[in-house]
Design a protein around this ligand. Structure first.
Ligand SMILES: NC(=O)c1ccc[n+]([C@@H]2O[C@H](COP(=O)([O-])OP(=O)(O)OC[C@H]3O[C@@H](n4cnc5c(N)ncnc54)[C@H](OP(=O)(O)O)[C@@H]3O)[C@@H](O)[C@H]2O)c1
Length: 306
């Protein structure tokens, strides 16, 4: 699988990250088969969060493969913290430290390769985040740090106090949720495409070597469903079918190839728990869509060009 460095770090990562948010839908045996087959595909980067399945996803993951140090060395583990169900968001030092301890326990490991702050906390005190990150790094519990769903100003605010570089920003991005791309095409126009919803996060991340990890690459809306094979997107499905047939690959492959074709070197986070679909996503690393194909797909999702 195609590899690159995650952000400014020295961490070599595969271009596709395996999201584990839906792992609690599997039993231990199914999860074990899925994880081992993913590793065989070179998909050894796993994305977790303390809140996925209320902690069950991390637990199932470790139990399913009977995690030990030799298995741990073969994989790159990322998890997230900062969401407190029933409360809201919490970037306090105490919460971050406790959350990481919980994740390490559930994953049966003593370190995370990457920790992301899951969703912005309106009450963030960056000095406290810095203290938490320093402690986690000094204790060897977390090697690298990043964020998720944050805009450039929020990242700059944190970065002012952090001694570690923010190396990743996990953001919702798919062909049908492509605001961050759309606004760059509609600069200074009168139409809604020009509405800047994220402070130009795409350009900011490229300028600062922060890897964007697109989450939910197959979903439209906020978890409304999969756009592939969906009657709501006839033109898009027709175009994806046509290009998939040309390359002799599946529709899923083309969806991921569309994200990988962007020169920002993004690392899509897939959510499938089906090994055949994950394999189709990995195949996307071998496909380089032409400029024309990339724009045709963009337009077939209902987007327009100025
Ligand atoms: N940072 C954040 O705020 C945030 C938020 C949400 C998610 N995430 C991360 O992103 C990862 C991916 O999110 P996601 O699971 O929503 O992503 P996704 O890959 O867009 O969706 C996966 C779901 O779509 C189904 N699917 C995919 N292709 C399909 C097809 N051709 N036909 C029918 N069903 C299809 C999968 O079913 P099968 O399993 O049957 O293939 C699975 O249920 C998560 O695991 C998590 O790690 C992060």
């Amino acid at each position: 699988m195609k590899q690159f460095k995650l952000g400014k770090s020295n961490l070599d990562v595969p271009a596709i990250a395996v999201g584990c948010m839906r792992m609690s839908s599997l039993d231990l045996k199914q999860a074990g088969v899925f994880i081992n087959e993913a590793l065989d595909l070179g998909a050894n980067f796993f994305d977790h969060a303390d809140v996925y399945g209320g902690g069950q996803c991390e637990e199932i993951f470790a139990k399913a493969i009977e995690m030990n140090s030799s298995k741990r060395e073969k994989m790159i583990l990322q998890s997230k913290c900062g969401i407190r169900p029933g409360v809201a968001f919490d970037f306090s030092k105490e919460h971050i430290l406790n959350a990481v301890d919980g994740t390490l326990k559930r994953l049966h490991t003593d370190y995370l390769d990457v920790l992301l702050l899951h969703r912005p906390d309106a009450l963030v005190e960056p000095e406290e985040v810095a203290e938490a990150f320093n402690k986690l790094q000094d204790q060897g519990k977390v090697k690298n740090f990043g964020v998720s769903n944050q805009n450039p100003m929020q990242i700059m605010l944190l970065q002012k106090y952090l001694r570690q570089p923010i190396i990743a920003n996990q953001l919702q991005l798919s062909i049908t949720n492509a605001n961050m791309i759309k606004q760059g095409l509609h600069v200074n126009m009168q139409d809604d495409g020009a509405i800047n919803r994220d402070g130009s996060v795409l350009d900011f991340c490229r300028l600062n070597d922060i890897t964007i990890q697109p989450w939910s690459p197959f979903q439209f809306g906020f978890f409304e469903g999969v756009f592939l094979g969906n009657d709501k997107f006839p033109e898009l499905n027709k175009k994806i079918n046509e290009i998939a047939a040309k390359y002799n690959v599946s529709d899923n492959t083309i969806v991921i190839a569309w994200l990988l074709r962007h020169p920002a070197n993004m690392q899509p986070v897939t959510g499938t728990m089906n090994i055949k679909r994950l394999k189709d996503c990995v195949v996307a690393c071998d496909i380089c869509l032409s400029r024309e194909e990339w724009y045709e797909i963009y337009l077939s999702a209902g987007n327009i060009l100025p």
